[in-house]
Design a protein around this ligand. Structure first.
Ligand SMILES: [Zn+2]
Length: 278
């Protein structure tokens, strides 16, 4: 059985390499390293980095299943062989369509379902696919976000977005020399994260309140939901400003009308691209 990537030992690596049927030199070339590195891993004198362990574990798991399938006597699927030859060279929509075709085929093909059942019965689920660390962190964050209630999700996204914008602005201000002191810069970033969370939460709560009732009026409701969320967001940013500074937020009623109109346009755009049913 292929070892886990988390705690890949030298012996695990030797076993995985045997499953792959590769020499140390071939494996090194395959993962873009030099042979002495792979040999040091197998002698136990060098720790195997997780990134590489994941890659090797994944490949060994695939090879192990392929070998078992080959000796199982189950017929190969000629459709899949043709499908592999027709793989598009570029990513994007073509590749998505290609994968979708395989999924549709595999659900109905007796050969493919028999092979899938064989793998399921004889092997544990596949290990995590090897993806770059940054992508893994992003994906984990996305999954965590999906579990939050909708209004809280909006708060978190708002905090991250406004916090990031402030970090970029502070970074452009040359902290220390003639810009803000490091402490002021930190306070600015922390303040923007709190402010962003508050504004995001207001927009998110508005969404939760208005979305379902507005669904009943169809397409117009999608746009109206976007506009109401943006208006709530704008009001939530204007009112505390007025309370804190004691000055009216708008010099003239025209200013307020201009902001409301601008907000309505942005809200309609959000409604069109995010809320509209597909
Ligand atoms: Zn098939």
């Amino acid at each position: 059985m292929a070892p886990a990537a988390d705690r890949m030992t030298a012996a695990d690596l030797t076993r995985a390499r045997a499953l792959l049927g590769m020499s140390t030199g071939e494996l090194a070339a395959e993962i873009g390293l030099t042979e002495p590195v792979v040999r040091a891993w197998e002698e136990g004198s060098l720790r195997i980095p997780r990134e590489y362990a994941m890659q090797i574990v994944w490949r060994a798991a695939v090879a192990e299943r392929q070998a078992a399938l080959a000796s199982s006597g189950l017929p190969e699927c000629t459709w899949v062989a043709r499908w592999m030859d027709a793989a598009p060279t570029q990513g994007g929509p073509a590749q998505r369509q290609h994968l979708e075709a395989l999924r549709r085929h595999a659900a109905m093909c007796p050969h493919c379902t028999a092979r899938a059942r064989f793998v399921e019965q004889n092997f544990p689920p596949m290990p995590d696919p090897p993806v770059p660390q940054a992508l893994r962190a992003l994906r984990a964050m996305g999954t965590a976000l999906q579990r939050l209630p909708q209004w809280l999700r909006a708060a978190v996204v708002g905090a991250i977005a406004v916090g990031l914008i402030t970090v970029m602005r502070v970074a452009g201000m040359a902290v220390g020399s003639d810009g803000p002191s490091p402490l002021d810069a930190l306070l600015l970033i922390a303040g923007s994260i709190v402010g962003g969370a508050y504004l995001g939460a207001v927009a998110g709560i508005t969404y939760v309140i208005v979305r379902d009732p507005l669904r009943k009026i169809g397409r117009a409701g999608d746009y109206l939901a976007g506009i109401l969320c943006v208006w709530a967001y704008l009001l939530a940013s204007v009112i505390p400003m007025e309370l804190l500074t004691g000055r009216p937020a708008f010099a003239t009623p025209d200013d307020a009308a201009a902001l409301a109109l601008g907000g309505a346009v942005i809200g309609a755009i959000i409604g069109h691209f995010w809320f509209r049913r597909r």
